[in-house]
Each structure stands twice: as C-alpha cells, then as structure tokens.
Design a protein around this ligand. Sequence first.
Ligand SMILES: [Zn+2]
Ligand SMILES: [Zn+2]
Length: 89
Amino acid sequence: MTNYLQCGTHGKQPETAVCKHIAKAMKTGKEVGFYWSVENQEYDAVCGKCNKLSDEQWVSQQNDLIRLLCLGCFKVAASHHGIEIEEVA
Ligand SMILES: [Zn+2]
Ligand SMILES: [Zn+2]
C-alpha cells in the first residue's frame, strides 16, 4: 500500500523515504550520493555514507535517519545528483 502525503510544492504525492543527509542536501545544494531503490512502488534512497552502513547499523539508527519526501521532491533530489528516476507502473 502506498501512502500519500501533501507536498507544498507538488500537491498530493506518493510518500518516499530518504536519509536525512539527502533531505539536508536539498537545502544546502551539496551532493551526498543518491542510492535509490523501489519495491512495491515504495521509493527510498540513502546517501553514500548511509549506503555503507551494515544492516544492523541501519536498523538501529533508521528512526533517526529517515525523512519522508513526496515523490516529486524525491525526483528533484535525484536529478540534483544527476540521476533520473524511472517510474514503475
Ligand atoms: Zn545519509
Ligand atoms: Zn514535493
């Protein structure tokens, strides 16, 4: 089940999860890496640093690390890192 959220810029959009470093990079304009995946139409992405965490480290820190973005913002963040998101139907 896809959750939706209301974005001030993009309107009603599917919810995606990114790490807080990517969320912050959108404001600072820094490039931090963008490693994304999609499963059951749920998009998520982490920066280069978080991508190197072990599963255990990730699980123990994920409540602190995860930020929710609308899919529109997710794509903006991706293109900021030179990545194009393919939509899966
Ligand atoms: Zn990160
Ligand atoms: Zn948005």
